[in-house]
Structures are given as C-alpha cells and as structure tokens.
Design a protein. Structure first.
Length: 140
C-alpha cells in the first residue's frame, strides 16, 4: 500500500499536500489527546494523593480520639478502684470500731452482771441472816 500512495503522491502534488496536512492534523490531534490524557492522569494522581492524605489524617484523628478515650477510661477505672478501696477500708474500720464497741459493751454488761450477782448474793445472805435472827428471837 505504501508504493501505491507514493505513486499517487508523485502523480498528484495536491494529494501529497493534502495527505501531509491530514497527517499533521492527526499528529496534532494525537499530541493534543496525549497531553490531555497526561493532564487527566496528573489531575487524578493529585486527587488520589489528596484522598490518601485525607484518609490518613482521618485515621490518625480517629486513633488519637480513641487513645484519648482509652486514657480517660483508664483514669476513670483507676479513680473508681481508689474509691472502692477507700470504701472497703472505711467499711473494715467501721466494722472494727463496732466490734470494739460491742466488746466494750459486753465487758461492761459482764461487770454489771457480776456486780448484780454479788449484790444479790449479799441480799440473800442478809435475808438469810435476818431470817435466822428473827427465827432465833421467835423461838428462843
């Protein structure tokens, strides 16, 4: 086919001119299309880079927020443990105080019982002695 075109170009100079113009136009269109494609590629690459950057920022922000939340929760857990331990200590202390108070009350009650027994024994003895004295007086 190349020989046929060369032959026709030699025979018709106008054809040669039109063919060259057409080839130049096609090359120009191809060059323009190539430039447009490169421009589109660069634009898409920039958008992709921007999307990746934004995604990475969003991920970092989410990680940071979750780390803050984790730290706050750890702090809350620590504070609640401290409060629980304080309450546990106060409870033990209150129990010990109550046990001591009960022991003191029991001791006082035992002492009162002993004193009352002794007083009762003394009263019985006095009654018996008094009765004996009365008996002696009556029967003697």
């Amino acid at each position: 086919m190349g020989k046929f075109i060369e032959k026709y170009k030699l025979e018709n100079p106008n054809f040669s001119f039109e063919l060259n113009e057409l080839i130049q136009k096609i090359k120009s269109e191809n060059n323009q299309e190539t430039e447009d494609l490169f421009s589109t590629i660069n634009s898409l690459r920039e958008k992709l880079d921007q999307s990746i950057f934004e995604k990475n920022n969003a991920v970092q922000k989410a990680i940071s927020l979750k780390n803050d939340e984790i730290n706050q929760l750890k702090s809350s857990v620590k504070e609640l443990r401290n409060q629980m331990e304080k309450l546990r200590f106060e409870k033990r202390e209150a129990i010990q105080i109550q046990i001591q108070a009960s022991a003191n009350e029991i001791k006082q009650l035992k002492l009162s019982c002993s004193a009352l027994r002794e007083e009762l024994e003394n009263l019985k003895f006095e009654k018996t002695r008094s009765c004996s004295k009365c008996y002696k007086e009556i029967f003697t």
